[in-house]
Design a protein around this ligand. Structure first.
Ligand SMILES: C[C@@]1(CC(=O)O)C2=NC(=C\c3[nH]c(c(CCC(=O)O)c3CC(=O)O)Cc3[nH]c(c(CC(=O)O)c3CCC(=O)O)/C=C3\N/C(=C\2)[C@@H](CCC(=O)O)[C@]3(C)CC(=O)O)/[C@H]1CCC(=O)O
Ligand SMILES: NC(=O)c1ccc[n+]([C@@H]2O[C@H](COP(=O)([O-])OP(=O)(O)OC[C@H]3O[C@@H](n4cnc5c(N)ncnc54)[C@H](O)[C@@H]3O)[C@@H](O)[C@H]2O)c1
Length: 198
């Protein structure tokens, strides 16, 4: 598997996006559940992107600017190239690689350092779907959403709270207790507080 699902820390991380059309909007929307900050440069932005930036003014920054092949960038953690000018996209991709900044070109996935997956959440659970075909991913995501609705969100949060307590207490039985709770129909809210391993 050349592109492998991975969990990366997005806190305080900056993504530069050049281009402000449909592709840029799809990528930012796909990342919106992260903590990334988005800096987007283009001479003009599509309505979806303007609406998204209106909803997240503290995370999405749109700057009207036409970029050329000599564009220099620094202090960004990731780069998404999303203009409709393929030659410009290719030049920016080369620059990013030379600067060792992980880059995704929306017009050249095969030369990109990362791809986007379709991601869905249920409480603390994150599921990543990738089929090398965004249409297939979209439909599998819809099926998966229905499948995940059988999991009790509160129970998942509660199990994690208890697990954190057990980790803090350096319990030797974390996985056994987690297995027990998973198989329990209902878990008591104050399980962790009253918990005594001995
Ligand atoms: C899954 C999702 C995640 C996300 O981006 O958040 C995603 N694309 C999504 C949507 C979407 N993408 C496109 C449209 C039509 C737009 C229109 O109408 O014009 C729509 C909208 C739709 O389908 O509704 C067009 C498109 N996509 C790619 C190309 C270039 C090419 O293939 O060469 C083209 C242009 C050619 C074409 O038009 O096909 C390439 C890629 N797109 C990927 C991911 C990567 C691997 C996907 C995988 O492994 O499955 C990959 C390979 C690289 C990357 O960009 O990361 C997200 C689903 C959202 C969801 O979660 O519901
Ligand atoms: N990977 C994906 O998910 C995905 C999705 C849709 C489209 N695409 C591909 O991405 C590319 C872009 O498609 P689109 O539908 O977003 O096009 P678009 O026409 O909607 O948007 C192009 C954007 O690039 C900007 N732009 C043009 N020249 C620029 C420059 N010199 N500097 C800065 N910004 C500039 C435009 O102002 C516009 O905002 C195409 O190759 C398309 O096939 C990929």
């Amino acid at each position: 598997m050349r592109y492998f699902p991975l969990m990366v820390d997005t806190k305080d991380k900056k993504v530069l996006i050049v281009g402000g059309g449909k592709a840029a909007a799809i990528k930012i929307q796909g990342f919106i559940d992260s903590s990334f900050l988005f800096y987007c440069l283009a001479p003009a932005f599509c309505d979806d992107l303007i609406a998204l930036a209106g909803t997240y003014p503290e995370r999405i920054f749109l700057k009207e600017k036409k970029v050329d092949a000599d564009f220099r960038f620094f202090a960004y953690d990731y780069f998404i190239v999303a203009t409709d000018d393929e030659a410009l996209n290719a030049a920016l991709l080369r620059r990013a690689k030379a600067a060792s900044v992980p880059v995704l070109s929306t017009s050249d996935p095969a030369s990109s350092d990362f791809h986007m997956a379709s991601v869905l959440r249920r409480g603390p659970l994150a599921v990543s779907i990738s089929a090398d075909n965004p249409t297939v991913s979209k439909y599998v995501k819809a099926d998966m959403e229905e499948f995940l609705s059988r999991y009790d969100e509160e129970k998942l949060f509660e199990m994690n709270r208890i697990r954190r307590l057990l980790v803090e207490r350096k319990s030797a039985h974390i996985s056994e207790i987690m297995e027990e709770l998973w198989n329990d129909e209902k878990i008591s809210k104050n399980y962790g507080e009253s918990f005594d391993e001995t």
